[in-house]
Design a protein around this ligand. Sequence first.
Ligand SMILES: CC(=O)SCCNC(=O)CCNC(=O)[C@H](O)C(C)(C)COP(=O)(O)OP(=O)(O)OC[C@H]1O[C@@H](n2cnc3c(N)ncnc32)[C@H](O)[C@@H]1OP(=O)(O)O
Ligand SMILES: CC(C)C(=O)C(=O)O
Length: 502
Amino acid sequence: MKKIQFFDTTLRDGEQTPGVNFNTEEKVQIAKQLEAYGIDVIEAGFPISSPGDFEAVRAIAGAVSHMTVAGLARCRKEDIDRAHEALKDAADPQIHVFLATSDIHMKYKLKMTPEEVLASIKEHVAYARSKFEKVQFSPEDATRTNKDFLVKAVQTAIDAGATIINIPDTVGYTNPTEYGALFRHLRENIANFADVTFSSHCHDDLGMATANALAAIENGATRVEGTMNGIGERAGNTAIEEVAIALHIRKDFYQAESSIVFNQTKRTSDLVSRLSGVSIPRNKAVIGANAYAHESGIHQDGVLKNPDTYEIITPSLVGVDSNSLPLGKLSGKHAFATRVAELGYDLAADEMNDAFKRFKVLADKKKQVTVDDLHALIAGQTQEKKDHYLLENLQLQYVSSGRQGAIVCISDKEGNTYTDSAVGAGSIQSIYNTIDRILQQEIILSDYRIKSVTGGEDAQAEVHVVVKHPETGRKYNGVGIDFDVLQASAKAYLQASSALQR
Ligand SMILES: CC(=O)SCCNC(=O)CCNC(=O)[C@H](O)C(C)(C)COP(=O)(O)OP(=O)(O)OC[C@H]1O[C@@H](n2cnc3c(N)ncnc32)[C@H](O)[C@@H]1OP(=O)(O)O
Ligand SMILES: CC(C)C(=O)C(=O)O
């Protein structure tokens, strides 16, 4: 098994995410959590960039005990001096010196010739080495750099004293085949490749940052740079938690291990998300809210029988409490029955079948069926079983100004069905007038209240009515629950009428 080190740059490249700005206290908090997560090296910042960044690097250097603390520096002596100053209290300091090597960066950004770039690498890496034992050099934009020139730049850095070489895919341009081949090329052409730590640093512009990092590992890299949750410049960096878990779950393939403390994954990710303000997409690998949720019936049935059928990561491994089986229109009977039983209902087989049919109708209308929806559904079903009359269907004619019309069909316990129609000042009144005609009753509606049982725009409605017998003055209650408020109103009125007619 080879050992893969993780270099976390959440506080440096991660902070380059537009809109993200950590203060020193937050940086120290994240650094300590990254240490608990088992990160080997933390890039605490870019000390020359601002007094705040300098201070944060200094504070982190003094706050962590067994993680290497790195600071970034351009090929400029003042950058290296500033990093040295910021890291002077670190138990294990490292400097990260970089200089771009691609034609486009050298010509347009640096305005330097390739020869000047090689000379600068030699001079500044040597200067860094005079101050640090651990010197990392990154040829920025390496994946768009001429391969022969990249070898020269890397060899120059190693000869000048670099102990770590990082190969950045600065603009997220490469792919796993090409990036893997680049590491092979370096392995074959760098004299003392094995004496130096080779590292990957990928960006996610084409969505391949994790795959590229893994390809680097397959081809000689023993260190991976990345950020928690993949935050970073533009589309972000390699997500550390993804590479770490991929190595662990596919140990059989990668033959590699790391110091990552997996059950700290969720906690670390949550902290970075909260302090950065960058929320995690629900479908994000490893730590997204849906990563351990199974909605479709066949998957839910499999997971209930044995979680390994559809779960390659056990939620507790990464510090997630448990998996979940959210109910939706694609869910099946096994998951539905399990949830109903968990909610404390003991339904007979025919009741369960009936409830499942109603659930499917409801789920077709709602994005997700919640626990409240289930309570409402079962409460409605239990109540309707007791009622003499049942609503079969309802048809309404809406006129923008004028009287509204309703056609109502109801059935009774003996299996008779009755259909009639009537008009009213509003839709609900037209429904109630029709029910009165069918049941040949004259009753007084003394109260009508409506509330939503569940949340969201697709909430179920619960309607409460109180009707009064015109002669005895006795009052009868009715409750109707339905996805549709007019249906719920009809059901409530029928229930109250059933009670009055008994
Ligand atoms: C690929 C990466 O992510 S690299 C890290 C990127 N991160 C950041 O840039 C965040 C922090 N940066 C900053 O605060 C500022 O850019 C500073 C303090 C570093 C520099 O600020 P300024 O002096 O105002 O320069 P500015 O940012 O406008 O331009 C960068 C200068 O650095 C030069 N430069 C860029 N990279 C390097 C390098 N590796 N080595 C030496 N010089 C470099 C540029 O050519 C340019 O030089 P010029 O002023 O002679 O034209
Ligand atoms: C400083 C380097 C490693 C970098 O962040 C990049 O090239 O993306």
